[in-house]
Design a protein around this ligand. Structure first.
Ligand SMILES: Nc1nc2c(ncn2[C@@H]2O[C@H](COP(=O)(O)OP(=O)(O)OP(=O)(O)O)[C@@H](O)[C@H]2O)c(=O)[nH]1
Ligand SMILES: [Mg+2]
Length: 213
């Protein structure tokens, strides 16, 4: 189910995210990653699920991460530093699983999960975003299998909550929580969010701050 966060953590997270945010680097390949000096949280999910929009909502900066109606907008790993000096780093990942996705993108994703998500010591958590209207899809299960297999700690976040009725949101939250309960590396609680309406944004900030310690 959804979770209640300590108000002090929520306030600390609000302050942390209100500080300077800078685009650090776009990494076209795993040979060009930033140094491992700052703890990281990565945003994963199907194309068009709202990863870049959520990153903008969290940092309260429209247009920081580029968003688009066309699936496949984000093609590289994009790193954003929060705080100066940086307190943590947010990683906007390319989306997976869109219909027109070239085969090599699926391969690229396997590679990303195996080599980036598993191999990066500073990566504290992955957030796996799920569209509130659709719930978990088979391709999300594939990604969760990889994360469980690689023992990468992750948390499921519902996006676009403003697009569904409250009753449908409660239902998809419960259904999603029931499914992740059996997954070893998944956090048991789900955070429903909306980048448009602001639902769940303070809570997700708190979850990020908690993950980076
Ligand atoms: N109504 C509503 N629309 C949203 C929300 N979040 C994102 N969108 C819209 O969904 C579309 C995709 O958003 P992006 O943030 O670009 O999605 P993405 O996951 O980064 O996509 P890729 O980079 O292609 O993987 C855009 O048209 C957004 O405006 C939300 O919370 N509510
Ligand atoms: Mg994107």
């Amino acid at each position: 189910m959804s979770e209640t966060f300590d108000p002090e953590l929520v306030e600390a997270a609000r302050k942390a995210f209100a500080g300077p945010v800078g685009f650090l680097k776009s990494a076209p390949s795993l040979n060009f990653l930033p140094d491992m000096t700052v703890p990281e949280v990565a945003f994963a999910g199907r194309s068009n699920v709202g990863k870049s929009s959520l990153l903008n909502a969290l940092t309260n900066r429209n247009g920081l991460a580029r968003t688009s109606n066309t699936p496949g907008r984000t093609q590289e790993l994009n790193f954003f530093d929060v705080g100066d000096p940086p307190r943590f780093r947010l990683v906007d990942m390319p989306g997976y699983g869109f219909a027109e996705a070239p085969k090599d993108l699926v391969k690229k994703w396997r590679f990303l999960v195996n080599d980036f998500l598993r191999g990066r010591a500073v990566l504290k958590r992955a957030l796996v975003l799920i569209d509130s209207r659709h719930g978990i899809k088979p391709v999300d299960r594939e990604i969760m299998d990889m994360l469980d297999g690689a023992a990468v700690s992750y948390r499921l976040v519902l996006t676009k909550a403003d697009k569904v009725k409250a009753s449908a949101l409660a239902e998809v939250t419960e259904r999603t929580a029931a499914e992740v309960r059996t997954r070893p590396a998944a956090h048991p609680d789900i955070i429903p969010t909306s980048s448009e309406g602001g639902l769940g944004i303070p809570e997700l900030r708190a979850a990020v701050l908690e993950a980076v310690g």
